[in-house]
Ligand binder design. Structure first.
Ligand code: 13P
Length: 252
């Protein structure tokens, strides 16, 4: 059975002190929640990963990194490697976020390398992809999403897919307040699952969690999360506040 997941991508937000405060609040808020098959993940900036990881030890709250470099180590000033992430007991990394693609020039080819390095280091990946507004207007959104997934992930074995979580984030819905409708999300998620089903054995497509991201808030989460092929959310703005983040967990 695939997991339900609520993941918060903090992006470039929260200092060390703010991270401690958030984690304390979240720990209190989720105490006693019956989570069953549901995972809670927070992705703070690199400087706060170790603190978040230590403070959430022995809880159901998991910690993820927001990015990593494709090389194992070396002369890459300012970059962070997979083994550095692992060394602070973080087991998951977000790759391919549209902001990394847009502002830092990350291509599908580069992301395929990052995916390989992450898996070599036994990290789980939340792999993001999604179309820009022009693609949707031109009705190219399925084609674009298919290419993003094919180029970065379809060289993997079925077994490697156990470490993959997919996150569909239409770029036009990120931080804009404009969410994909539940029907639009379901349509794309079903398309993605079918794409994976055509390439791999059915175990892979049935077990991969597909998250939706883009202006998810407590007010609209329930409707989006209740779609058959939506297994949770990757949340930006609303994940920065422990109360809202808890409401999103309750919504799932
Ligand atoms: P918002 O929830 O702020 O739209 O951001 C979504 C996102 O980019 C998560 O990775």
């Amino acid at each position: 059975m695939r997991s339900k997941i609520v993941a918060g991508n903090w992006k470039m937000n929260k200092t060390y002190g703010e991270t401690k405060k958030f984690v304390n609040e979240l720990k209190d808020a989720v105490k006693g929640l019956k989570l069953k098959n549901t995972r809670m993940i927070i992705a703070p900036p690199f400087t706060n990963l170790q603190k978040a990881s230590k403070k959430t030890k022995d809880t159901r709250i998991e910690v993820a990194a927001q990015n990593m470099h494709q090389a194992e180590s070396g002369a890459y000033t300012g970059e962070i490697s997979a083994s550095m992430i692992k060394s602070v007991h973080v087991k998951t990394v977000i790759l391919g976020h549209s902001e990394r693609r847009e502002y830092f020039g990350e291509t599908n080819e580069l992301l395929a390398q990052k995916v390989d390095t992450a898996l070599k280091n036994d990290l789980e990946i939340i792999f993001c992809f999604g179309e820009v507004l022009e693609d949707r207007k031109d009705e190219n959104h399925f084609k674009v999403v298919e290419e993003q997934i094919r180029k970065a992930l379809f060289h993997l074995t079925s077994d490697q897919w156990k470490k993959i979580i997919l996150a569909y984030e239409p770029v036009w819905a990120i931080g804009t307040g404009e969410t994909a409708s539940p029907e639009q999300a379901q349509e794309m998620h079903a398309f993605i699952r079918e794409l994976v089903a055509e390439r791999y054995i059915s175990d892979v497509s049935e077990n991969v969690s597909i998250l939706y991201g883009g202006s998810v808030k407590p007010a609209n989460a329930k409707e989006i999360f209740s779609q058959e092929d939506v297994d949770g959310g990757l949340i930006g703005g609303a994940a920065l506040n422990a109360e809202d983040f808890t409401a999103l967990i309750k919504a799932i």
